[in-house]
Ligand binder design. Structure first.
Ligand SMILES: O=C(O)c1ccccc1N[C@@H]1O[C@H](COP(=O)(O)O)[C@@H](O)[C@H]1O
Length: 222
């Protein structure tokens, strides 16, 4: 399936992971942040991934890349999940140096979340050039809120000022209804890699919905 890449994040069971991959998701995310309603253990994620690989083999769909989401995680936490993953996604205070170090140490690509409220956040993202493989622009959460997965959007037009080369994903409050506009807003920019969603394909925090997942992927890629 062509069009921008789609990442479906916060999966907690095999049925939704398989539905997402079957519908053409390019990346699937597992949340290893304990305070999230989408938290899964590495053991649970491993079982889901085994089922997913079996379904991909049986049905002949592409196996998506597997992303593990962390917030200021230590080495132990990362090493428990790393064997399952193609990508780390960092939502904490990981510096460019830390992203580079961890990517090299584990041999895993790094996605760094950049919380956005204004143009200065887009400018700061340039500090991750060469340190993160992918940037993920997400709405900056209000003080005290979870560091992501809040269903909040930011002004996508701010990304017009992004002129670095690191490929980026747009995230934050995307839904099947607004994702086509978010894609259109990127104007075919070369560094635009795709879109990422979690709460916009749920019926309640942590409860994914297969129909919403399918509708999101179809709207993003059409
Ligand atoms: O999903 C979570 O609970 C979460 C927790 C901590 C950091 C990030 C989290 N989610 C990620 O945030 C973005 C945007 O999510 P949404 O679509 O607005 O719900 C996405 O990458 C989520 O995976």
């Amino acid at each position: 399936m062509s069009g921008p890449n789609v990442k479906i994040c916060g999966l907690k069971d095999a049925d939704h992971a398989i539905a997402a991959a079957r519908a053409g998701a390019d990346y699937l995310g597992f949340v290893f942040f304990r305070k999230s309603p989408r938290f899964v253990t590495p053991e649970a994620a491993g079982e889901i991934i085994l089922d997913l690989k079996q379904a991909a083999f049986d049905e002949g769909f592409n196996m998506p890349r597997i992303v593990g989401l962390f917030v200021d995680a230590g080495e132990k936490e990362l090493s428990e999940a790393a064997p399952l993953l193609t990508h780390f996604q960092f939502h904490g205070h990981e510096s460019p140096e830390r992203c580079r170090e961890l990517g090299e140490e584990f041999g895993i690509e790094v996605i760094k979340a950049i919380p956005v409220t204004d143009a200065s956040d887009i400018a700061e993202a340039k500090g991750y050039e060469g340190a993160a493989d992918i940037l993920l622009f997400d709405a900056k959460p209000p003080p005290g809120a979870r560091p992501g997965g809040n269903g909040a959007t930011f002004d996508w037009a701010l990304l017009n000022a992004y002129d670095a080369e690191t490929p980026y994903l747009v995230a934050g409050g995307l839904t099947p209804d607004n994702v086509a506009d978010a894609v259109k807003g990127q104007g075919g920019r070369e560094s635009f890699l795709g879109v990422d969603v979690s709460s916009g394909v749920e019926t309640a925090p942590g409860k994914k919905d297969a129909d919403l997942i399918k509708a999101f992927i179809s709207a993003a890629k059409s």
